[in-house]
Design a protein around this ligand. Structure first.
Ligand SMILES: [Zn+2]
Length: 116
């Protein structure tokens, strides 16, 4: 399972040229198909992936296909979660290696510390 966060920016579909906000799949926190928006606090009573309270976490997100025509343009996102609040969702810069810390598509970003 996974969660979903809404891309705040409409993205134009290369197939039908319709601009829509896409739902972005990600795996962090309690994986319950929750739908969030930027600024939301994610559930912290239970964590299937990651741990509560990290200062700054980067999570890889996968954009849903175009809701108008179903074309899958394989959008990839960088999601930043700060102290369990989704602080940004943006198309990926491609600069983050989400697997480098041995986690499933999330990393502690520079400046973050593991809770003691
Ligand atoms: Zn489309």
């Amino acid at each position: 399972m996974f969660n979903l966060v809404l891309d705040p920016v409409p993205r134009e579909c290369p197939s039908c040229a319709t601009a829509t906000q896409r739902w972005v799949q990600y795996k962090y926190g309690a994986l319950r198909m929750s739908r969030h928006q930027v600024g939301d606090h994610i559930h912290h009573d239970e964590f299937d992936e990651g741990a509560p309270g990290h200062d700054r976490v980067g999570v890889e997100g996968l954009g849903a296909p175009c809701p108008n025509c179903g074309h899958d343009d394989d959008l990839v996102y960088d999601i930043v979660i700060e102290s369990d609040v989704i602080s940004s969702v943006a198309l990926t810069s491609g600069e983050i290696d989400y697997l480098e810390q041995g986690n499933a598509y999330w990393v502690l970003l520079p400046g973050s510390q593991r809770p003691t």
